[in-house]
Design a protein. Structure first.
Lengths: 1117, 229
């Protein structure tokens, strides 16, 4: 047998014109170093050894008695301190005593049956309830799994149009929010003192009720002239009903609306275009050309689950997804996505063509596009024609205007232009006009009536409230949720204003920044703890059904409002029922309707789409004409763009360790945010990665933040994610990342120009450090500190901010494991992953092709070392992952984490490469252009090799093969040699370096309430144990036992893995490979199917479908 | 001239000649290595054997019969009155857990029968307060082992196979070790422990009672993830 050449790591220069995959800028510019780093499996191991040694030294000096003073140990002999005879005897004795204590008595465990069993509950069998979650103006129907009364897992509701059985990462993580140990547990009351409330003390609910009744009575005298309400926008019909009742009762009372992640621009844009606010809902499954103008519709925009479903449905190329075959160069079965945006988002990462453009220039681009459509393609723009004719396209690639216009004009009624909530209202209005003129409206773009047409613009509304307070016109302020003190625009000075109000009642989950400014803080009930209702963008109303009584006795918004509305029964249940009674004709049928709504999770059908409205109104032209064109930003006149964070949104999930740790889809940064800048801008400003800088805006505030150099970022644009740098979030969220609020003012809610950047010196950086977390996390503050090294947030000496990211962990080592091709290439060579064309073939150092060794290449012809196992008699479980559909949204990562009790480990542990994710999403930059690369995603979990390398090296048989081909892991056998992880070519095995569930990492002394979230069907692993993806074996076993019980064989679709269930893009499928009719078997048999590193003979059970891009040849490149 | 040995023997102890002064160990010590070798193997072997034999579920689990908060007698209820197991352990056929009956089940009868019994006081208290009765867990598996009653019943394993003759117990005691080795014995060869499905709860069932019955083909899992998830 001839020895193969080692895999050569081709530098980009060697492979000019060929596909190059890279994970980070370091890897691209200096592949050798990156390679070395990838080879070091636990890069920070040395550091920890030192820390442990110094901890040992401390122990030794403690236990030295009088006879052996600690000073006896010479300084510097760290790690050499030996245990004296006395010390040894002490520990030996203690160990024996402890061991004896452990054995002395059988631990008595109690079994506690119900005294009275609730109906329909069978202990040990989970029950599912339909409920609904509101998120940024939309409502997503959910089915929540409950084990003996406590919710453990959230899934989508297949009957709900915004979910269709799928969820996003945030919905998955909601389960943690109920069990957050830092939630407010009792109402708090503070005496008014000068400059705001003074010391606070716990109060009872009776006191709260009395205070509320008192305030309601006081307000009656003057019709509520001094009564104000402030809440995030609502989707609840009951909220609205009560709001109207209160306005009727107190005609002078006012409702204000504020949310930092607001969709006011979209709303106002619709108001401008249609004359009234409308919900604009794209039906992307019908679209063949999609143009996103700064819209992250697959990621952070509302309706992302629905958009993911629709978008990926248009990119399937499988299972008879009918070819759409319309519109110019459009390929059948594949839609085409053009994205114009300032920095990479999930949507931009899925683009076939992406133009990086400062956010302020998107308006100019849109106008130029409209002009091209009107001039060259005869699109009638009516009243807008005049405004559009003045469009100026200087500095924008003309191809992007001509080709996109041609595509859109060729795909009338089959195209969709989407615009992001960051863009001003007039751009939204212009896009509505374009969609109407192109005939897209009513086909790919549907419009629905909004719930509350009177909802004001958020900034205007908040400013009006602040002004009223300043005038002394506000005596009582009821804040129902949100966190305005943290996230309101800096110039509104809402903190000062709130402190000036005599009575402020704040309903919130946490005692956060706003709570400190209010006289009363009341614990809010989580949406899984309280009755409510929510209306989706398309008008579908769902009942929000609680799964558990409020753990800390919280109340919901509607229960507080009801006290002012004078409802006789201020209980959430009755309030929601009363709302629904209003919409049901006869009282007799109400119970039936109600029960049906609870059961299905949807009350009645969706509303009919509103008919096509005239969107080409003169008002839009006026607004466009009045706007001043923004200048292109430059390196000394930067543009700042605020982005809704894909994990924390606007800071509302800031104490959720699962979300804090979730790698950002683009940067793969965990536990932090950073100022994203392009490589060119960094060069122009002389910046290093992770360097601390001060961003100052003319006439505005300034912020200090670390920079992160990101490919694909528009030059001279700094992207700042909202929601980080919280100082009062809770034990997990405090002091992670940087608060960017000081730059965000009411005139620059989403983008600001004229920003200067200055580097911070060592002294300034040191001054910043109290606001930042020590990297040792909780461990650094716990009584057993020393085991984990607490450390400064900066690198010693250089003041570079420590950023923990997962992107460099593992690596391709030159082997293409994420495989992509264009649609044209695919048509020529459908088996491209298995038999690559010349450009992709592996070359040795001399550039000679060394034969097909690509990842997808067939199994080797060598015989395996062990006898082949016959899997044909049983189930043969397998998984399929479609890289074409995967949008990299992270929903599967969190679904897996929650289903399988996988812990979050903390920033410091991530830095050491110890993340525990069973399923990770690898993100590769593709192409030679560091400024504007393409992206490929690859979700990687254990691939369950039939010839598993891990099994052969385990000395204790802790990992074994099941007769169905699962690579089993017996935790209690594992002794932690880590040989298996070392021998795994996919790097999917995870080791519990610490007791992450009880006393390690982020989870120091895990509180009891947090343990309630565990899935009782999965073992909680302890320190020293290896773990990895099990293909959700608990779900397989459940299905098998059910089949044994009922005698019915397992059908395809009976076993659904957690990742598959969550995936809104339908990119993951699981099933039995022995069943030729199963979806997974069909995927595996497809032409573009391949298995990771099959050439090394592991026979993986997971197969991938190669990624297909659909670029337009006219765009070139 | 006597030979040195004769001289030594004739001189006797205490008066060593110059030639024999080096001989400080008595002759009997020559057997020491033999004794040490023997004891050194036999004692540890016995110790290991003892631990091997005694520190097992067979010794620690079998016979565990803690005092329960209510002196409920299975002998009375099942053995004498003939109640079926599933009257109280109602979910055993549909769920992983057989279920300890809720107080409700007890009160179904004891609201009318023996209403003043002092031994039933905890039951009445639980019923009135809504607080559960704290039964002591006897048939306990480790947290990483996931046992499913319904699967075993579906295959035809009788209650008495694992729980013993509960109908003869005043105080429930563990009858079988419930260790992994014990589980696997049956998983490797289930047939001797199977019975017709209508005889599952029959405490007195013996294989002779169904001589003409052929046990079904069942394939219990023997791999790790069959029980460990």
């Amino acid at each position: 047998m001839s020895r193969r050449e080692p895999y050569s790591f081709n530098t980009p220069a060697e492979q000019d014109g060929a596909k190059v995959f890279w994970r980070s800028l370091e890897e691209k510019s200096d592949p050798a170093t990156a390679q070395k780093r990838a080879e070091m499996e636990f890069p920070e191991g040395l550091e920890e050894a030192k820390a442990l040694a110094s901890a040992d030294k401390n122990l030794v000096s403690l236990r030295r008695g009088k006879d052996q003073p600690a000073a006896h140990t010479p300084e510097g002999s760290v790690g050499k301190a030996t245990l004296g005879r006395r010390g040894f005897m002490f520990f030996a004795g203690a160990t024996t005593a402890l061991a004896a204590e452990g054995c002395a008595r059988r631990p008595v465990e109690k079994l506690m049956p119900y005294a009275k069993t609730p109906e329909q509950i069978i202990p040990g069998v989970p029950v599912h309830f339909a409920t609904v979650r509101s998120y940024r103006g939309d409502a997503v129907g959910l089915l929540v799994e409950s084990h003996e009364g406590h919710p453990t897992k959230i899934e989508g509701n297949p009957d709900h149009p915004s979910s269709r059985g799928k969820t996003d990462a945030l919905a998955q993580a909601e389960i943690y929010e109920i069990y957050d140990p830092d939630r407010m547990t009792a109402p708090q009351k503070a005496k008014r003192a000068a400059g705001g409330p003074g010391d606070r003390q716990a109060a009872t609910w009776a006191e709260v009720d009395a205070a509320l009744a008192d305030l309601a009575r006081q307000a009656q005298a003057d019709g509520g002239a001094k009564l104000r309400f402030l809440s995030p926008p609502t989707t609840s019909p009951t909220f609205l009903r009560l709001q109207r009742a209160i306005t009727a009762k107190y005609p002078n009372a006012r409702f204000h609306v504020w949310s930092a992640a607001s969709d006011s621009n979209a709303r106002e844009g619709a108001r401008l275009a249609f004359g009234r606010p409308m919900n604009v809902v794209p039906a992307l499954e019908k679209a063949s050309v999609i143009v996103s103008l700064d819209s992250d519709f697959l990621g952070t925009e509302p309706g992302n689950v629905r958009a993911n479903l629709g978008f990926s449905a248009g990119r399937k190329l499988r299972e008879g997804s009918g070819g759409q075959g319309v519109g110019g160069t459009q390929s059948p079965g594949m839609n085409r996505l053009y994205v114009v945006e300032p920095s990479f988002t999930v949507t931009g990462m899925n683009a076939d063509h992406r133009l990086r453009l400062p956010a302020s220039q998107v308006e100019r681009y849109t106008l130029a596009l409209a002009k091209e459509l009107a001039d060259k393609h005869g699109v009638a723009l009516g009243a807008l024609a005049g405004a559009v004719a003045k469009a100026d396209a200087s500095g924008i690639d003309p191809k992007w205007i001509q080709v996109v216009a041609k595509e859109l004009a060729g795909a009338r009624a089959k195209g969709a232009i989407l615009v992001g909530s960051r863009q001003p209202a007039r751009v939204h209005a212009l896009v509505h006009g374009l969609n109407a003129a192109l005939g897209n409206a009513g086909h790919t773009i549907e419009t629905y009536d909004v719930l509350d047409a009177s909802e004001p613009d958020h900034v205007t509304s908040l400013k009006a409230l602040a002004d009223d307070i300043q005038k002394g016109a506000v005596g009582t302020l009821i804040i129902l949720g949100g966190n305005p003190v943290y996230d309101a625009p800096a110039d509104v000075k809402i903190d000062e204003r709130i402190r000036a109000v005599a009575s402020t009642i704040y309903l919130a989950s946490h005692a956060n920044e706003t709570a400190a400014a209010c006289t009363w803080s009341i614990p809010a009930a989580h949406f899984l703890e309280s009755w409510g209702d929510a209306r989706a963008v398309d008008g579908t109303v769902s009942i929000q059904q609680p799964l558990i009584a409020p753990i800390h006795g919280g109340r919901s918004e509607i229960e507080i409002l009801a006290r002012f509305a004078g409802e006789s029964a201020p209980k959430g249940f009755e309030l929601v029922q009363n709302t629904m009674k209003g919409s049901v004709s006869s009282a007799g049928s109400f119970t039936r309707v109600w029960n049906e709504a609870l059961k299905r999770g949807v009350a009645g059908p969706a509303a009919a789409p509103a008919g096509a409205a005239d969107a080409l109104r003169a008002e839009v032209a006026t607004a466009l004409g009045a706007a001043k064109p923004a200048a292109m930003p430059t390196a000394d006149n930067l543009e700042v763009v605020f982005a809704v964070d894909p994990k924390l949104v606007d800071g509302r999930y800031a104490n959720n360790p699962q979300l804090l740790e979730l790698p950002d889809p683009v940067t793969k940064i965990t536990w932090d945010n950073a100022a994203l800048i392009s490589p060119k801008t960094a060069q122009a400003l002389g910046l290093e990665n992770r360097q601390l800088v001060r961003l100052t805006r003319e006439g505005g505030g300034s912020i200090d933040i670390a920079v992160w150099i990101t490919p694909g970022q528009a030059d001279s644009v700094v992207t700042l994610n909202l929601g980080w740098g919280r100082q009062k979030a809770g034990r997990y969220g405090d002091r992670h990342g940087f608060d960017v609020g000081a730059l965000r003012t009411s005139d620059a809610m989403w983008m600001a120009s004229g920003v200067k950047l200055a580097k911070l010196g060592t002294a300034e950086a040191a001054a910043l450090s109290p606001k930042l977390r020590k990297v040792g996390l909780i461990a650094g503050e716990s009584p057993i500190a020393g085991r984990v090294r607490p450390d400064e947030p900066f690198d010693a000496g250089t003041s570079l901010y420590k950023v923990s990211q997962t992107q460099e962990h593992g690596g391709m080592e030159g082997r293409p494991i994420a495989i992509d091709a264009t649609y044209e290439q695919y048509k020529k060579n459908p088996f491209f992953p298995l038999f690559p064309d010349e450009a992709r073939k592996d070359k040795n150092k001399d550039g000679e092709i060394v034969g097909v060794r690509g990842s997808g290449s067939p199994d080797p012809s060598t015989l395996p070392l062990w006898n082949k196992v016959d899997y044909s008699k049983t189930h043969k479980w397998g998984m399929g992952i479609d890289l074409s559909s995967c949008t990299g949204c992270n929903a599967c990562v969190l679904a897996c984490q929650i289903e399988n009790n996988v812990p979050a480990v903390g920033k410091e542990q991530i830095e050491r490469g110890r993340e525990m994710y069973w399923l990770r999403i690898d993100r590769y930059f593709v192409g030679l252009d560091a400024d504007n690369p393409q992206i490929a995603f690859q979700p990687v979990a254990c691939v369950h090799c039939e010839e598993a390398p891990c099994e052969n090296v385990c000395p204790v048989n802790a990992t074994e093969h099941s007769p169905e081909g699962l690579n089993d892991m017996a935790y209690n056998r594992c002794i932690g040699t880590r040989y298996c992880a070392n021998n795994c070519p996919y790097k999917v095995r995870r080791f519990n370096f610490l007791n992450y569930h009880s006393s390690g990492g982020a989870y120091m002394d895990l509180p009891e309430v947090e343990r309630m979230r565990y899935n009782p069907n999965v073992t909680v692993r302890m320190r020293g144990v290896m773990e990895k993806c099990t293909y959700c074996v608990q779900r397989i076993q459940e299905a098998k036992i059910k089949s044994k019980r009922t005698g019915k064989p397992i059908k395809d679709g009976d076993v659904v893995s957690a990742c598959q269930q969550a995936c809104p893009a339908d990119a993951i499928v699981f099933g039995d490979l022995n069943d030729p009719e199963s979806r997974v078997a069909k995927w595996r048999a497809m032409d573009r199917s391949y298995r990771l590193l099959a050439e090394i003979g592991t026979h993986p059970r997971t197969s991938y479908l190669g990624k297909i891009r659909n670029p337009n040849p006219e765009m070139g490149g | 001239m006597p030979r040195p040995l004769d001289a030594f023997l004739s001189q006797g102890p205490g008066r060593p000649s110059s030639e024999t002064r080096m001989q400080i160990f008595p002759r009997s010590l020559n057997k020491l290595p033999l004794i040490l070798g023997g004891v050194g193997t036999v004692v540890p072997a016995l110790l290991i054997g003892a631990i091997w034999y005694y520190v097992t579920p067979k010794n620690f689990q079998v016979g565990y019969a803690p005092t329960q908060p209510v002196p409920y007698s299975h002998r009375l209820h099942v053995g004498q009155m003939g109640m079926d197991c599933r009257y109280c352990h109602a979910n055993v056929e549909v769920a992983a857990k057989a279920m300890i009956p809720p107080t409700q089940t007890c009160m179904g009868c004891h609201a009318l029968v023996k209403t003043d019994s002092a031994r039933l006081k905890p039951v009445r208290e639980s019923w009135e307060s809504g607080k559960p009765i704290e039964w002591v867990h006897i048939h306990k598996l480790p947290d990483h082992a996931f046992f499913d009653h319904s699967a075993h019943l579906a295959a035809g394993v009788g209650c008495a196979t694992c729980h013993g003759r509960v109908d003869q117990m005043d105080v429930v005691r563990a009858d079988q070790p419930l260790g992994m080795g014990w589980c696997l014995e049956c998983h490797r060869d289930p047939k001797p422990n199977l019975r017709p499905k209508d005889q599952i709860t029959n405490m007195e069932w013996k294989p002779e009672m169904a001589a003409n019955w052929t046990p079904p083909e069942v394939h219990p899992p023997q791999h790790c993830s069959g029980c460990h998830r």
